[in-house]
Ligand binder design. Structure first.
Ligand code: URA
Length: 204
């Protein structure tokens, strides 16, 4: 489940998870110049929102979804009537994977193996928060929850039951929307908004 790595005991509190991920070197991403970004939100949140990994700004600030993708996410959450403050927001991978390019750090997608290794920490968060509803943003997040790769277009719009009773909704990553424009952007934005509206209904 963790790529054969011995991750030690699962921490019993979110604070302990935060301390453990800061020390984690189970995959090469932890060796880069970055810091672990822990999930944030209420310990008993009914909704867990899962992204891919921290980006440059998240790494600088030490908080999930505070950069451009986070701003877009906030906008759509608000439109759907979902209070971000009532959700537990985290990532499938806890460290920022990048390649240095001059003064900039270019985002690199985590490998399946890295997502699978970091799943240990995501499951620790799930075990502690026990959300009823989980929203996965993008394919990496979906893999972190399911342990396998799914096609977003095939699985979106319907909840998938997870072991332990939570229901998983898979949608696109907001960064994907940011890379589109014109009709493609409009179409994907409408699908994204519809997925968030469906999740909102499940929280009622
Ligand atoms: N993208 C993610 O997937 N997660 C973040 O926290 C920020 C950007």
């Amino acid at each position: 489940e963790t790529g054969g790595k011995d991750m030690g005991d699962k921490p019993g509190t979110l604070d302990a998870v935060g301390e453990a991920i800061a020390r984690c070197r189970a995959c090469p991403i932890g060796e880069l110049e970055n810091r672990a970004v822990m999930g944030e939100g209420p310990r008993t949140a009914p909704l867990m929102i899962v992204g891919e990994q921290p980006g440059d700004q998240e790494d600088v600030k030490g908080r999930p979804f505070v950069g451009p993708a986070g701003q877009l996410l906030d906008e759509y959450l608000e439109r759907a009537g979902i209070d971000r403050g009532e959700a537990y927001v985290t990532n499938a991978v806890k460290h920022f994977k990048y390649v240095p390019r001059g003064k900039r750090r270019l985002h690199q997608s985590p490998a399946a193996k890295e997502i699978d290794t970091c799943r240990w920490w995501l499951e620790a968060e799930r075990d502690l928060v026990k959300p009823r509803v989980i929203l996965a943003l993008g394919a990496s997040a979906a893999r972190g929850l399911l342990g396998r790769t799914v096609s977003i277009s095939k699985v979106r719009g319907e909840p998938m039951p997870l072991e332990g009773g939570a229901e998983l909704w898979v949608t696109a990553h907001p960064s994907y929307l940011l890379r589109l424009d014109g009709d493609a952007r409009e179409k994907q934005a409408a699908l994204f908004a519809a997925d968030l509206a469906a999740v909102k209904e499940r929280l009622a």
